[in-house]
Write a protein that binds this ligand. Structure first.
Ligand code: ZN
Ligand code: ZN
Length: 220
């Protein structure tokens, strides 16, 4: 059990997101010194606020969005399964993302002014803002280089293991609750093409009909 826990924590640290969140919490705690706030106290509250967000995001995705929304109209964009079928279509827009970012900056200002446990709520809200950006980033090809584990986990959730990989902000809860995808599971090119909505060109030859991606990559 302890071994598994240590392995889960070290695996979660590997993608870097936990370290990024920790670094961001430390940086965002610096303005608190203006109001005689303790940066260690406030960076801890910001970090634990983010952890709390990531847990609620995991639980909502696993136990609310997947089981209950199945009964909604399949093609409704408000049905979570619609996003599974159309991975490039995300209900949250750039306007929503940046508007929530402005709210988070205001909340941070209020936290500095209040200089108390309100910072925990700000950390939680910052987690929500980060989640909205992260979800968009995980649907961009370049995030495979920057956040490989999260990127892989989200593609697996969409295309291969819809009953696993519920964490978008971090894989920590999937590892702790045993819903992570198998370590050696590969992502075939045809899944990548579907996930990134790359056009597939159908070529008919006299003897056979086969598909090649428009980009010229070969299908697995
Ligand atoms: Zn889902
Ligand atoms: Zn998605």
């Amino acid at each position: 059990m302890t071994k598994n826990l240590i392995r889960s924590i070290t695996r979660s640290l590997r993608p870097g997101i936990v370290l990024y969140a920790l670094l961001a919490s430390i940086l965002l705690s610096l303005p608190f010194v203006i109001n005689n706030g303790n940066p260690i106290f406030h960076s801890s509250l910001l970090f634990f606020g983010w952890i709390a967000w990531s847990l609620s995001e995991y639980l909502a995705h696993r136990f609310w969005m997947h089981p209950t929304l199945k009964n909604e109209k399949p093609e409704s964009p408000f049905n979570h399964l619609y996003h599974h079928k159309h991975p490039t279509e995300i209900k949250v827009t750039h306007f929503h993302r940046f508007f929530s970012l402005i709210i988070a900056i205001l909340l941070l200002g209020i936290s500095v002014w209040m200089n108390n446990y309100f910072t925990l709520f700000t950390g939680y809200f910052l987690g929500f803002v980060l989640y909205n950006f992260l979800h968009y980033w995980l649907h961009q090809e370049w995030s495979a280089h920057w956040l490989p584990a999260l990127h892989r986990s989200h593609i697996h959730h969409h295309c291969k293991f819809p009953d696993k990989c519920f964490g978008v902000s971090t894989t920590i809860w999937d590892q702790l609750f045993n819903t992570a995808s198998p370590q050696n599971a590969i992502i075939p090119n045809r899944i990548r093409l579907f996930y990134f909505n790359k056009k597939i060109v159908e070529i008919a030859t006299p003897s056979e009909k086969f598909q090649v991606p428009a980009s010229g990559q070969s299908l697995n």
